[in-house]
Design a protein around this ligand. Sequence first.
Ligand SMILES: *[C@@H]1O[C@H](CO)[C@@H](O)[C@H](O)[C@H]1NC(C)=O
Ligand SMILES: *[C@@H]1O[C@H](CO)[C@@H](O)[C@H](O)[C@H]1NC(C)=O
Ligand SMILES: *[C@@H]1O[C@H](CO)[C@@H](O)[C@H](O)[C@H]1NC(C)=O
Ligand SMILES: *[C@@H]1O[C@H](CO)[C@@H](O)[C@H](O)[C@H]1NC(C)=O
Length: 480
Amino acid sequence: MRREMFLPTLLVTAVLLSLSSARPPHIVLIVADDLGWNDVGWHNPQMYTPNLDKLARNGVILNSSYVQPICTPTRNCLMTGFYPYHTGLQHFVILDDTPGYIPTNFTTLPEKLKQLGYSTHMVGKWHLGYCNWKYTPTYRGFDSFMGYYNGREDYYTHEEGTGYDFRLNKDVHYLPQADYSAHTFARRAIDIIISVDPQKESLFLYLPFQSVHEPLQVPEKYEKIYSNIQNKERRIYCGMVSALDEAVGNITNVLRERGFMDNLLLVFTSDNGGNFQYGANNLPLRGNKNTLWEGGTKGAAFVYSETLLKKKNYENTEMMHAVDLFPTLLHVAGGSPDPGIDGMDMWPTISENKASPRTEFIYNIDDIDKNAAIRVGDYKLIEGIPGQNNGWYPLPTREVHFQEEDSVGRLNVDIQYQLFDIKHDPTEHFDISEKYPDVLEKLKQRLAEYKKSLVPAFSPPPDPKANPKYYNGTWSPGWC
Ligand SMILES: *[C@@H]1O[C@H](CO)[C@@H](O)[C@H](O)[C@H]1NC(C)=O
Ligand SMILES: *[C@@H]1O[C@H](CO)[C@@H](O)[C@H](O)[C@H]1NC(C)=O
Ligand SMILES: *[C@@H]1O[C@H](CO)[C@@H](O)[C@H](O)[C@H]1NC(C)=O
Ligand SMILES: *[C@@H]1O[C@H](CO)[C@@H](O)[C@H](O)[C@H]1NC(C)=O
């Protein structure tokens, strides 16, 4: 009797399981632009980010997840699984009028996911080259693209410098100017979600928001949340973070309503540290965006899934880097990367809290600025000048515009190597290079080893042919 009842139940369960596992999970990858370490609710109670906090706390908070110091290089890592010093994108960012790109022989994440049957959509900032159509999102693996090519622009008018920069797929797309980009992008993401049947297709949605990069702009209602903050830049900046949070809340609500949540992985990460000159804060970490310090390279990040994580509601402190998302997401999708990529599969590390396979990583190697940093175990070696802003920048309290660099931020230019024990000194207060010459030597040798495979930085000069005046006032492909 018992057995008879048990068997059909088992069969039904098995059928249901095989049905739900037949389809590779939906993947939503959200990137916040220039979001500081101290600018999310799970690090700083000043921040109002209820949606992000809930996802982070019910998922896995990544507390040792590294990114590149600036936009283009990090996005390169996400799309290729290679460090930028292997793609030529290690020096600075692609500027509006410089013809940089990801070389086309690198297979992108959406290209790989398409091979596995995914629908691939991108909403937001590209910043990986557009001087020729072949470098733009719909030629690099995305079925659709809504967003902009360059690194920054006005949140309402989509003007950047002397040109307009906003597209729907390949077409210039003019929007009502009252629209704030966090709302525009959330609506677009929701339209895409609604257009996909979660039982019939697997969705890859790449959502690199404009928020919270400068210019400092936000609708008043979000700024008002922070009326207790006296510093105007900080108040607007925090409002921008809360608008982003609301966008993520709206998107996850629709994912839930539409039945995506029982087979979905959501990843959230910043692309680099915050910029204190525009209201962001990285405390207690040292440095700023565009520096090799932890404040420039340790990303605020989490992973959320209701069904795919064996272990959740915890903080993961295992070492990982932005290049690792490529093989990790491919693993979740049921695929595997081509051999030779820099990224490592972190799925067992994230989903079961197993030890990370990664014991070393490269923060960057910039052959033009002549600086580099490497991590080996607990130790970090910095070679050369790590950047321009080298201090610990406090939360702004006064009505100041751009804070001048404080004295702790100035670095002796004669210093060639600095060594830190990140495990015991995560805020990089104590250079131990003189105390541990053997460790210093070991890390120098490891760095020299990595440098052997360096591809020289591709850093072409500005090209006047990029001028929007040749393209009806828009930043457009066609000049390389
Ligand atoms: C998380 O990272 C912060 C900043 O580096 C560090 O201070 C803290 O100790 C880390 N938490 C854990 C549990 O390791
Ligand atoms: C792409 O081509 C460059 C230049 O020939 C080469 O160095 C690099 O290894 C290639 N990368 C891949 C992934 O094929
Ligand atoms: C979120 O949805 C609400 C309700 O539709 C809307 O009022 C709000 O503007 C949306 N926010 C964003 C950032 O999209
Ligand atoms: C040229 O740009 C203007 C806006 O500046 C736009 O209204 C017009 O449609 C564009 N023309 C073409 C042919 O794209």
